[in-house]
Design a protein around this ligand. Structure first.
Ligand SMILES: [Cu+2]
Length: 325
């Protein structure tokens, strides 16, 4: 995707562009705030050290969301591990080759890391966000334990030095017979490890949508969230059915003098289409990173045929309150 052009096509307040990698051009600063260092680099690619000269020819603008392709803009994700056994810690290894067909070894640091790896099961029940280590030859490696047999998708989210941010995707299989689970029902409340996270806001296709996530524990708002990878929260959205990848970033960041450490974390997201999305929020509190997950619909969706039980008429004879059900 030609990120410079892409950015230019949005004007105000857009914090996220679908297709979204962590880096250049895919994410811009929050509304009305001075851009942070990395955001500045994204907003003005030629000003970034990694973009010190003209880009030269870039591929034409392409609105395909991230994560759907194994190769884009001349960069290719090459998994060296394609299957693993569920429940067993396994090194997942891969490289990224560049337009010269050599393994890429120079990456821009985005949110404290050169590369972010997301792993999700095809049924979107399992989610991992990990940070592999790169060997000098450009081979990345990370210990992965997948909970159960099934089809998974890995997403490498990175920005090669001198290039645009990319999210490349590839399949990964945990061997064994499995039964895919239905997409978790739509929900605006997630519970994890005694924390409750509630989600406010609507996803509107094609528009920047404000999402507010509020973290509480034992009924009390959490106001001392800890920065994790340069933010109080990281939100990844995956579109149901094709696992198109959207990385969303918060409005404001720790240390900017106005972003509070909870209980609310505000994000701006733009989704490209109607449909269901799974949202995964990573947040850190008391030294531990946890993930809260949600299912949210965007836009008017065609009804999904499912076996809905027919409403049972009440038989206890109490009067209808007149408001219906
Ligand atoms: Cu990451």
């Amino acid at each position: 995707m030609n990120t410079a052009t892409k950015l230019g096509s949005y004007v105000l307040g857009l914090a996220v562009v679908f297709g979204g990698a962590l880096g250049v051009g895919k994410v811009v600063g929050p509304v009305g705030s001075p851009p942070a260092e990395d955001h500045a680099a994204m907003a003005v690619p030629v000003a970034s050290p990694a973009h010190g000269d003209e880009h030269g020819a870039q591929p034409a603008e392409n609105d395909t969301p991230g994560g759907l392709q194994v190769s884009e803009n001349g960069y290719t994700l090459n998994p060296l591990t394609t299957t693993l056994k569920p429940g067993e810690p396994t090194d997942f290894r891969f490289s990224v080759t560049g337009p010269d067909n050599k393994a890429v070894t120079d990456y821009q640091v985005e949110h404290d890391k050169k590369l972010h790896l997301i792993v999700a099961s095809r049924d979107l029940g399992t989610f991992r966000h990990v940070h592999p280590e790169m060997a000098p030859d450009g081979v990345w490696s990370v210990k992965l334990t997948l909970p159960s047999a099934g089809a998974y998708r890995v997403f490498a989210d990175f920005a090669p030095t001198g290039g645009s941010a990319l999210t490349l995707g590839a399949d990964l299989v945990a061997t064994g017979g499995y039964r895919p689970e239905a997409l978790p029902k739509q929900s605006r409340t997630a519970k994890v490890d005694g924390y409750t996270v509630s989600l406010d806001g609507e996803l509107t296709p094609g528009q920047s949508s404000k999402l507010t996530l509020k973290v509480s524990r034992d009924g009390k708002p959490v106001t001392d969230l800890q920065p994790y990878l340069g933010a109080y929260g990281h939100l990844v959205a995956l579109r149901a059915r094709d696992l198109a990848y959207l990385h969303v970033h918060p409005d404001g960041e720790p240390g900017d003098g106005k972003t509070v450490a909870g209980p609310e974390i505000v994000f701006y997201a733009e989704v490209p289409s109607t449909g269901d999305y799974r949202l995964f929020l990573d947040f850190q509190h008391e030294g531990k990173v946890r993930t809260a997950d949600f299912t949210l619909g965007a836009g008017e969706r065609p009804a999904i045929p499912e076996a809905t039980p027919t409403p049972t008429p009440t038989s206890d004879g109490h009067a209808d309150d007149g408001h219906g059900h």
